[in-house]
Design a protein around this ligand. Structure first.
Ligand SMILES: Nc1ncnc2c1ncn2[C@@H]1O[C@H](COP(=O)(O)OP(=O)(O)OP(=O)(O)O)[C@@H](O)[C@H]1O
Length: 303
């Protein structure tokens, strides 16, 4: 399996505002690889995940799986292509229907694909065992409100993996759960990815989980990739000033790190200019390209 994301761009327009959520985002992912997409709130991470699972359409660019175009602006993503991806959403309180039992929640993706009952039942049991909700019989008839936060997140994972996607996308999977449960949820996802040879894309603002969850990292700022490379290299030696700031902010909350500076929003200016501690004059006159530097890509003149 090889996933290729090519120049994805997505712009949201409302009455008086245009927001470029993604701008020319490209990357590749192989079978079993683990990628972290890191950036603060609003950097476009969730939009990227939503495009992959078919919840949003790109304005331009395309996504290929094993060389075949499965997503482009003119195409409705079909159920067969969607089967390759699955997304675990940030909030296990919000994403589980409170009126449905665990069985119905986990079975749902198979029901819409009209999977026969006996296969469906077997798949739900396997999924619940895989996420550590075992024995499954103890959980099947429970409602989300009867479960703890960690258990709810496990149900969300069970639902996401029930049809064995090739790429599992986890959007801030540990944000809403207790710190003490973070490691367990992460371990569950890693075990599952390994067992089924799934590729894992973790969307996060939290650099502290990157060494555990990823071999590759993409750092996004305002919808653009500003740095991309091997996780261990980037953590040891971040090259883009934004990546440096994100890593320096661990384990502080990124909210504390955000500087309240009026941002310059002009074309032809580095998007990180207003916040960059290392900016030079050129950064205000010219937007740096995403340059290849060894096995790294960095969108900065200073590297
Ligand atoms: N449906 C939408 N309509 C209008 N604007 C949107 C929509 N979805 C996202 N945006 C905007 O696009 C930008 C990127 O949002 P996105 O949710 O992808 O970022 P993010 O990095 O995942 O942030 P967060 O962690 O807060 O979810 C934001 O400015 C957001 O307000």
């Amino acid at each position: 399996m090889e996933l290729e994301v090519k120049s994805l761009t997505k712009v949201f327009k409302s009455r008086n505002k245009t927001i470029t959520a993604l701008k020319n985002v490209s990357f590749r992912l192989k079978e079993g690889e683990k990628l972290a997409i890191v950036g603060e709130s609003g950097s476009g991470k969730t939009t990227l995940g939503k495009i992959l699972v078919g919840l949003e359409k790109p304005d331009s660019g395309e996504v290929l799986l094993d060389g075949k175009v499965i997503i482009n602006p003119k195409k409705e993503i079909d159920l067969e292509s969607r089967r390759n991806f699955s997304m675990i959403f940030q909030d296990p309180y919000d994403s589980l229907n409170p009126t449905k039992t665990v069985f119905d929640i986990v079975a749902f993706p198979l029901r819409i694909r009209k999977v026969p009952d006996d296969i469906l039942r077997e798949a739900v049991y396997t999924s619940l065992n895989d996420v550590g909700l075992s024995p499954p019989d103890q959980f099947l008839l429970k409602y989300p409100t009867q479960l703890s936060g960690g258990q709810r997140q496990r149900v969300a994972i069970a639902r996401a993996i029930v049809y064995k996607p090739k790429v599992l996308i986890a959007d801030e999977p540990t944000t809403m759960i207790d710190a003490s449960l973070k490691a367990e949820v992460i371990k569950t996802m890693l075990d599952i990815a390994l067992k089924y040879k799934m590729s894992l894309i973790t969307i996060t603002h939290d650099f502290s989980i990157v060494p555990i969850i990823a071999d590759k990292v993409i750092v996004m700022y305002k919808g653009e990739i500003v740095e991309e490379g091997e996780a261990k290299d980037i953590i040891k030696n971040p090259r883009h000033p934004y990546t440096q700031a994100l890593i320096a902010a661990v384990p502080k909350l990124l909210g504390e790190f955000s500087l309240k500076i009026k941002e310059i929003e002009e074309d032809g200016v580095c998007p990180f200019y207003s916040r960059c501690p290392l900016r030079i004059d050129k950064c205000k006159r010219e937007e740096p390209p995403l340059q290849d530097i060894g096995n790294r890509k960095v969108k900065c003149f200073l590297v």
